[in-house]
Design a binder for this molecule. Structure first.
Ligand code: ADP
Ligand code: MG
Length: 350
C-alpha cells in the first residue's frame, strides 16, 4: 500500500464510503435493474426478477465468540442475508457460504457452525450451492450471498414511498439490542475461571432475538395472501431511525412517526428498566431486529389494520416536513441516523 492516506475513512462513515467508491459506476447490462443502494440488487431475466445480496461477518466486529454459540452464529449469518431478500418482497432460493478460519478452530467447531447454517437452510427452504474456504490470520470470517426470486411487479424498493402512505413495522423493536447489552454485562462471567454461571434466566426472549433472530418470511407470505405490494420496504438491521431515513432519503419524502405506536415487547421494557435505559432508544437506534419497515398506500390500510404482526407507526409526509418523531408528550423530534456503524464506532473508540 502506498502512503496516500490523506482522508480518514471515519470522516465518510459506512454509507459515505460506499457512495464515494461507487458513485461513478455505470451499469452496462440490460438485465441489471437495480445496482447498489437497496437491500439487494435486482436483475431481470424474462418475467422473473432475481435479487442478490451479500454480507460479511467478522469475529470481534460483528460477533463475539465468548457468548455466541457457533451453531447460533451459523443460523444468524444465513438469516440476516435472507432478511435482505425478503425486504425486496422476494423469496430466497439459494445461498453460498464462504469462510476464513484461523488455527484456533477445530473441525468440531466448523461442524457446529454448519449445523446452524443447515438448520436455517431447512427452515427457510433454501439450497446451499457453493462458497469458498480459506485460512485467516484474524479469527473467523463468514460471508454469505443469497439469491431470491420474485415477479417483476412485486419487487419492493426503498425509493417509492409517497405522501400519505402508511408507515408500518412488523413484530417488535429493540429486543435484540437489549439482548446484546445483557450478554455484554455478563461477558466477564463467561470468561471467569471459577464456577460462576452467567445470570441469563428469565431473559430468554431478548437473548433469542440477539443470538438466533428470524427473518420475516411469514410477513412476505402474508402480503401475498392479502394482495398487498408495499410501496417501499427495508429490513430493520440498524434501528428504526436509520432505516426510515433511508426510505425517506431514497423516496424524497418526509415522515411522521408516533412514539406511542412503536411496538416494544414487555421483556425489552423490563430489561431496559433494569439498565436504566429508555426502551424507545433501543427501538430507534439499537440494531439487529431484522423486522421489516414498509409503507403502503392508504387504500390498503383496511387489509392490514387487524393483522397482529403488523403495526402502523406513522405516515409519509413531504420532504419539507422532515423525518420526525412525535414523542408521547407531543413534542416533535427530528429523527437521526445513529444506527450501528462499525466504521464510525471504531473511530470514536480510538
Ligand atoms: P444492508 O444493510 O441492507 O445489508 P448495506 O448497508 O450493507 O446494506 O449496503 C448498502 C448498499 O451498498 C447495498 O446495495 C450494497 O450492495 C452496497 N455495498 C456495500 N458495500 C459495498 C462495496 N464495498 N462495494 C460495492 N457496493 C457495496
Ligand atoms: Mg437490508
Amino acid at each position: 500500500m502506498t502512503d496516500k492516506k490523506t482522508r480518514e475513512i471515519a470522516e465518510l462513515g459506512e454509507f459515505g464510503l460506499i457512495e464515494h467508491l461507487t458513485h461513478d459506476l455505470n451499469l452496462k447490462q440490460k438485465s441489471t435493474i437495480k445496482g447498489i443502494g437497496d437491500d439487494a440488487a435486482v436483475l431481470n431475466y424474462g418475467n422473473t426478477s432475481i435479487v442478490l445480496t451479500t454480507d460479511l461477518l467478522l469475529e470481534g466486529i460483528h460477533f463475539n465468540l465468548i457468548y455466541t454459540p457457533l451453531k447460533h452464529l451459523g443460523y444468524k449469518a444465513v438469516v440476516v442475508n435472507l432478511s435482505d431478500v425478503y425486504a425486496m418482497n422476494a423469496i430466497p432460493k439459494q445461498i453460498t457460504v464462504s469462510i476464513g478460519v484461523s488455527s484456533k478452530f477445530s473441525v468440531n467447531h466448523l461442524e457446529e457452525l454448519y449445523e446452524g447454517i443447515k438448520l436455517a437452510c431447512e427452515k427457510y427452504n433454501v439450497d446451499l450451492v457453493g462458497g469458498d474456504t480459506s485460512t485467516s490470520l484474524t479469527g473467523l470470517v463468514i460471508s454469505i450471498t443469497a439469491i431470491g426470486e420474485a415477479n417483476k411487479e412485486n419487487i419492493t424498493y426503498r425509493c417509492n414511498a409517497k405522501k400519505n402512505d402508511i408507515v408500518c413495522v412488523t413484530g417488535n423493536l429493540g429486543a435484540a439490542y437489549m439482548g446484546l447489552q445483557l450478554l455484554e454485562r455478563e461477558k466477564n462471567v463467561f470468561t471467569s475461571i471459577n464456577d460462576m454461571q452467567p445470570n441469563l434466566e428469565g431473559y430468554e426472549y431478548i437473548l433469542q432475538r440477539q443470538l438466533k433472530p428470524e427473518a420475516r418470511k411469514d410477513v412476505i407470505e402474508l402480503f401475498k395472501e392479502l394482495q398487498i405490494v408495499p410501496t417501499a420496504m427495508i429490513d430493520i438491521s440498524d434501528g428504526l431511525s436509520s432505516e426510515i431515513l433511508h426510505i425517506c432519503n431514497k423516496s424524497g419524502v418526509g415522515c411522521k412517526i408516533f412514539q406511542d405506536k412503536i411496538p416494544i415487547d414487555l421483556n425489552t421494557q423490563k430489561m431496559a428498566k433494569e439498565f436504566n435505559f429508555e426502551p424507545i432508544i433501543a427501538a430507534l437506534n439499537g440494531g439487529e431486529d431484522y423486522e421489516l419497515l414498509f409503507t403502503i398506500d392508504v387504500a390498503d390500510f383496511d387489509k392490514i389494520k387487524n393483522q397482529p404482526l403488523i403495526h402502523p407507526v406513522g405516515h409519509i409526509t413531504t420532504k419539507e416536513h422532515g423525518a420526525v418523531l412525535i414523542s408521547e408528550s407531543g413534542h416533535t423530534i427530528e429523527l437521526q441516523a445513529q444506527g450501528w456503524n462499525p466504521l464510525r464506532n471504531k473511530k470514536s473508540e480510538e
